[in-house]
Write a protein of this length. Structure first.
Length: 64
């Protein structure tokens, strides 16, 4: 049985937490930042969680 390979594009974007949930980083933080408020940019720094509906699909692509 060969090893199960992870999708590298997914592995770079998502991480598993200790409890098994999938952590993600938020979009809209890379450019055109001048028109966004400081509060909004600060909130975008905090990681979010992937919705329960998508967790199974992403975990499978992470290689297991």
């Amino acid at each position: 049985m060969p090893k199960v390979k992870s999708r590298k594009s997914v592995a770079k974007r998502f991480r598993l937490t200790g409890s098994g949930r999938v952590r993600r980083y938020k979009a809209n933080k890379s450019h055109i930042l001048t028109k966004k408020t400081s509060k909004r940019k600060r909130r975008l720094r905090q990681p979010g969680m992937v919705s329960r509906a998508d967790e199974k699909r992403i975990r499978r692509q992470l290689g297991g």
